[in-house]
Design a binder for this molecule. Structure first.
Ligand code: BTN
Length: 330
């Protein structure tokens, strides 16, 4: 199993020391001492991290400084805002991965504990629901995946989709201060379009979940989106009118998700459904078209089932429950 290249305590500690030194930077003697390595080893480590793209600079005074990255959701910037017991206590940040869901899955297969988080600045193979590609902008978005090991029946796992979408909408409301709307099953929308998507992938044996990877993509800063999604998608900055601090948003997402996840584990989806429905303008009385491979369904939304399926009143009056699918018109 290959971990994200820049994960690990060494990088976390180095970034923490440099961030703590403000513009002054740190002398290489201090750094080598704090990181318990020789000067030669430190030079190698610095060169490796610089080659990976970390914004480190060695000045003419030989001091090492962090030149940017105030907004990077690295562990030491997220932790001060984190109030969780489980989620995000193990935290990997990478500049670039294929997909954070794949990186998290590799970690889970190697035994990573529940709550392990992978965050990246860039994905080379980001995935969306229903086999789609997820496009993102380097250093501007939140690309986060989480390892969960819920002790629930695999049949209950789809409920997690709703739980994560609800947590994301709460976190966005808290940090960006903007109204959001949930679109079944788990898209978060601003008035300008979709700002967040969730991809939940389960790995189970018969009757038992081994792990679930929860992937969350949020379009956060900047106002320009890649062509294929511009017009349909939105960023939080567009809606809020100013940039949003990504470390705080990552922490809020984990805080909100842990609170809802504990309710889900303890009492199931039922107590959360009402909150979900209250956060969605389209889950009742909205004419929709649901597209599934080989079949599409036209009707009007009629709330959620206890398992979180979307109830649709068909044009012939019959009620159907949609467990998966793409709501293409609403
Ligand atoms: C959707 O289609 O709406 C779901 C999008 C999920 C995207 C996120 S970004 C972080 C994680 N890694 C991925 O490859 N996908 C998810």
């Amino acid at each position: 199993m290959r971990e994200p290249p820049s994960s690990g305590l060494q990088l976390d500690r180095l970034l923490e020391l440099l961030a703590g030194s403000a513009g002054e930077g740190c002398s290489q003697v201090e750094l080598a001492r704090s990181l318990e390595m020789s000067r030669a080893e430190l030079s190698g480590v610095l060169a490796r991290f610089q080659a990976e793209g970390w914004p480190l600079e060695v000045g003419s005074d030989r001091r090492v400084r962090l030149t940017a990255a105030a907004d990077m959701p690295v562990a030491f910037r997220v932790r001060p805002h984190l109030s969780t017991d489980r989620l995000g206590r193990r935290f990997h940040h990478a500049l670039r991965v294929d997909s954070t869901n794949d990186a998290a899955r590799r970690l889970a297969e190697a035994g990573a504990t529940e709550g392990t988080v992978v965050v990246a600045e860039e994905q080379t193979a980001g995935r969306g629901r229903l086999g789609r590609t997820w496009l993102s902008r380097k250093g501007k978005d939140i690309l986060l995946s989480l390892v969960l090991r819920p002790h629930v029946d695999p049949a209950q796992a789809p409920g997690l989709n709703l739980v994560v979408g609800l947590a994301a909408s709460q976190a966005i409301g808290e940090v960006a201060g903007i109204p959001t709307d949930l679109k079944w099953p788990n898209d978060v929308l601003t008035s300008a379009g979709k700002c967040c998507g969730v991809l939940t992938e389960m790995n189970a044996d018969p009757g038992k979940i081994r792990f679930v990877i929860v992937g969350v993509g949020i379009n956060v800063n900047g106002t320009a989106l890649p062509k294929p999604i511009a017009g349909r998608a939105s960023t939080l900055e567009q809606a809020a009118g100013s940039p949003i601090p990504r470390p705080r948003l990552v922490a809020a997402l984990l805080n909100r998700l842990e609170a809802l996840y504990l309710v889900f584990l303890d009492q199931g989806l039922r107590p959360l459904l009402e909150r979900w429905v209250a956060s969605s303008s389209s889950v009742r009385g909205r004419p929709i078209l649901v597209s599934n491979p080989g079949r599409s369904l036209r009707g009007t939304t009629a709330g959620l089932s206890e398992q979180g399926a979307l109830r649709v009143r068909r044009e012939d009056g019959r009620l159907e429950e949609v467990l998966a699918g793409d709501v293409v018109q609403w």
